[in-house]
Design a protein around this ligand. Structure first.
Ligand SMILES: O=C(CO)COP(=O)(O)O
Length: 238
């Protein structure tokens, strides 16, 4: 599965153009694809992607269904515009917006209640990796974030130091972390962090990489397509 995380990019016209390009380039892809777009553009993208294999996702939600929560968007709302996936606990939300594991857990439960498939992001910072704390950090996140949750949640391993930095994690680093996560929860584990057309084949060759969560390179349909094709080639699904 390959997921685009557009983050806070594009105006309305740009988002629809990017969505249409992805549709043109990738409607015959064999792997599962999802585009996690800014909420404003979801409804129009839903129309664009209908009758294709490209699914729609959001990048965040608030855990209550409705109420006096100015500026927030709920799982119920996302579902009503055709979302099937939602990214939860991205490191940018944890670091910039102060989301803690308790909040992430509530958000996951709300997504599941409304039949959205959550993509839970976990990952260590550079200093945590340098201090050999990677597995302790991941275990702590997984235990707290997934408390009381048995339903299928997709996990994205996103080392914070690799996000948007051009510093991609090495295959052996990814392999051992994905193995650790899969021992904890039997589910798909995606890799995220500077995945691009140049490194996609190497990263896809890591046996327990079940896909990617792609930031920067997903803004360009050609680059996104090259990542998808490399993944299909490496996994023998082309
Ligand atoms: O944060 C990411 C995806 O959620 C990764 O972003 P980049 O692919 O831009 O490094």
């Amino acid at each position: 599965m390959i997921v685009a995380n557009w983050k806070m990019h594009f105006d309305a016209k740009g988002a629809i153009e990017a969505g249409c390009s992805i549709k043109t380039e990738l409607s015959s892809a064999k792997v599962e694809l999802a585009v996690c777009a800014p909420c404003l553009y979801l409804k129009e993208l839903f129309e664009c992607f209908k009758d294709t294999n490209i699914k729609l996702g959001a990048q965040n939600l608030y855990f209550e269904d409705e109420g006096a929560y100015t500026g927030e968007i709920s799982a119920m709302m996302l579902k009503s515009v055709g979302c099937e996936y939602v990214i939860i606990g991205h490191s940018e939300r944890r670091q910039i917006f102060g989301e803690d594991d308790e909040l992430v857990n509530k958000k996951l439960k709300s997504a599941i209640k409304h039949l959205l498939v959550p993509i839970l992001c976990v990952g260590e910072s550079l200093s945590q990796r340098q201090n050999n704390e990677t597995f302790a950090v991941l275990e702590n996140q997984l235990v707290k974030d997934l408390q009381g949750i048995k339903e299928s949640v997709i996990i994205a391993y996103e080392p914070i130091w690799a996000i948007g930095s051009g510093k991609v994690a090495q295959p052996d680093q990814i392999f051992e972390v994905h193995e650790f996560i899969k021992k904890f929860i039997d589910t798909k584990v995606l890799y995220g962090g500077s995945a691009n057309p140049q490194n996609a084949l190497t990263l896809s060759s890591v046996a327990n990489v079940d896909g990617f969560l792609v930031g920067g390179a997903s803004l360009d349909a050609q680059k996104f397509k090259e990542i998808v094709l490399s993944f299909e080639k490496a996994k023998g699904v082309a």
